[in-house]
Design a protein around this ligand. Structure first.
Ligand code: IPE
Ligand code: IPE
Ligand code: MG
Length: 259
């Protein structure tokens, strides 16, 4: 579903080659990003944390456009974790407003680049206005045929897997599902990401070597690339570095190296 349409293959391939990047076949089909370091970026400049978040939105815009133009099939962005509710209410309020504003202001770019939008995570606890802006953008972009931009908002992988297990249990109890039919595909089909390809590449900015409850099931065989650069400073050139590193990785999926 996330493969770019054939009509885009020519120009997109050229764009990748022109930048000295791997041909499209070697680009990750699905890139997932843990956008971290907004607070540190602000602190290093003597600014309030929210300034880091504000600047982070500009990076989201650039990275989204860059991925869409290169022909990446899906870009998933970790916007808010289910554990981020531990933050001060003022920071959370700001993040919700920022998300709402982004959803509204971004529609023109998303339509121009023919990007589709989806959300993963729990709607519970998110403000009505934020959800309404999100839903409207998803609906506006539903007919597009380009990259899928998947926003992980109030997302936590453990909660997602738990909900999938509960759904399977309920189907078994009601007799609609035989426990023997619970396969990996059956569970994956009950995750928020049902129907989406697994991420090939997970990028984390700001240096932490952890997944922070992001796509734990789906990232089983993802390549991981971490940079010390904080998210507001992350550029298209950094993304190209990640893609080049990805192209040089040998993915074995448990098998033996090619000799
Ligand atoms: C990532 O930046 C954005 C969110 C988690 C919403 P942080 O706010 O976590 O920035 P640091 O890690 O404190 O620098
Ligand atoms: C992960 O970053 C969540 C997002 C980027 C939205 P955090 O800043 O919340 O992660 P930890 O707390 O350092 O693990
Ligand atoms: Mg952080």
């Amino acid at each position: 579903m996330a493969t770019p349409p054939a009509s885009h293959a020519g120009p997109r391939l050229t764009a990748a080659s022109a930048a000295g990047l791997p041909e499209q076949a070697a680009l990750p089909r699905h890139v997932a990003v843990i956008m971290d370091g907004n607070g540190r970026w602000a602190r290093q400049r003597g600014l309030p944390r929210i300034e880091g978040h504000r600047r982070g939105v500009a990076t989201v815009r650039r990275v989204t456009e860059h991925c869409a133009r290169l022909g990446v099939g899906q870009l998933t962005l970790y916007c808010l974790s289910s554990e981020n509710w531990r933050r001060p209410p003022a920071e959370l309020d700001f993040l919700m407003q920022l998300l709402e504003q982004y959803m509204i202001e971004e529609r023109a770019l998303l339509m121009r680049e023919r990007i589709r939008v989806a959300m993963i995570g729990s709607r519970a606890g998110l403000p009505e206005a934020t959800l309404a802006a999100l839903d409207r953008t998803v609906a506006t972009c539903a007919g597009n045929d380009g990259m899928l931009l998947c926003l992980a908002v109030n997302y936590g992988a453990r909660a997602e897997i738990t909900a999938a297990a509960r759904a399977l249990a309920e189907e078994c109890r009601s007799g609609r599902l035989d426990p023997a039919a619970i396969t990996e595909d059956a569970l994956a089909g009950r995750l928020d990401t049902a129907g989406m390809p697994d991420p090939d590449l997970v990028i984390r900015t700001a240096g932490e070597m952890r997944l922070s409850n992001f796509l734990l099931w789906q990232s089983s065989y993802a390549e991981i690339w971490v940079t010390d650069t904080c998210w507001p400073d992350f550029t298209e050139a950094d993304l190209d570095d990640a893609f080049r590193a990805f192209a040089g990785r040998e993915r074995r999926f448990g098998g033996l190296p090619e000799s």
